[in-house]
Ligand binder design. Sequence first.
Ligand SMILES: NC(=O)c1ccc[n+]([C@@H]2O[C@H](COP(=O)([O-])OP(=O)(O)OC[C@H]3O[C@@H](n4cnc5c(N)ncnc54)[C@H](O)[C@@H]3O)[C@@H](O)[C@H]2O)c1
Length: 263
Amino acid sequence: MARLTGRTVLVTGAASGIGAASSRRLAADGAQLLLADIDGPGVEKLAAELGQAAVRADVTRGEDVDRMIGEAYTRWGRLDVLFNNAGVVRLQPMLEVTHDEWDRVMSVNLRAVFFVLQAVARRMLDQGVMQESELRGKLIQTASIASYRGGNHLMTPYSASKAGVVSLTRSAAQALAPHRITSNCVCPGAVETPMWEQIDKEWGALEGLGQGEAWKRRIRHIPLGRPERAEDVAGVVAFLAGPDSDYMTGQALNVDGGLVMGN
Ligand SMILES: NC(=O)c1ccc[n+]([C@@H]2O[C@H](COP(=O)([O-])OP(=O)(O)OC[C@H]3O[C@@H](n4cnc5c(N)ncnc54)[C@H](O)[C@@H]3O)[C@@H](O)[C@H]2O)c1
């Protein structure tokens, strides 16, 4: 039997990158998925490919969040795992960050991550334990090693938002442990996804670098000697969604080829 057979999982930011790779991996491991993204056609295409369900939802909008979570409960009557992964980035010199830009990044990466987590946790409180588990449910967030490194000065709001995700992961772990709900997060390093294509472009424009130069600079320092793939993160997400991590809560797992250690 596959490790996740019978587990129901809601994935946000599922249309691309880490969310898409994790959805593929969770489906291969036997989970039933509801894939959510602001990119409706993107998430419907992936869901059709995997034989899973999709919902278009902007995680910053309360009504979309209610509809998205409602869809999971209508479909399954319960939700075992939330992979709270949607995120955005924008590179700007620290001294040029505007209020609007700060709010935009925080609204997706921190405010929405918290309110999606809170809304799911409220519903999980009313459900029984998962099959073959002592837990009612599991919450998994995507933070980043930028939360420890401070990223660099070109990603100030992003890094602050991800530090916030680590913090609220721990708050939720403490608040929900008595209810047998766990909360953990993954902290990827520099992952080859459309988000990094955007970082490369914006960083290049700010520092006069050619296409691919910023990426090369970043991956040069990875101790394990190769760029990170979305599948590297997906394996750890599958571990956090599955029974082998049921006794872990409040943890932030670096999945970064050693990048956070420096070289
Ligand atoms: N790529 C990296 O190097 C890296 C490193 C550390 C952490 N992360 C984090 O991993 C997560 C996934 O990033 P990725 O690299 O796969 O990026 P990506 O851009 O490939 O995918 C992000 C997905 O989130 C969706 N999304 C954005 N705003 C949304 C909203 N308001 N509502 C619903 N969906 C929304 C996008 O449509 C997209 O499908 C993000 O939280 C990101 O911050 C990425």
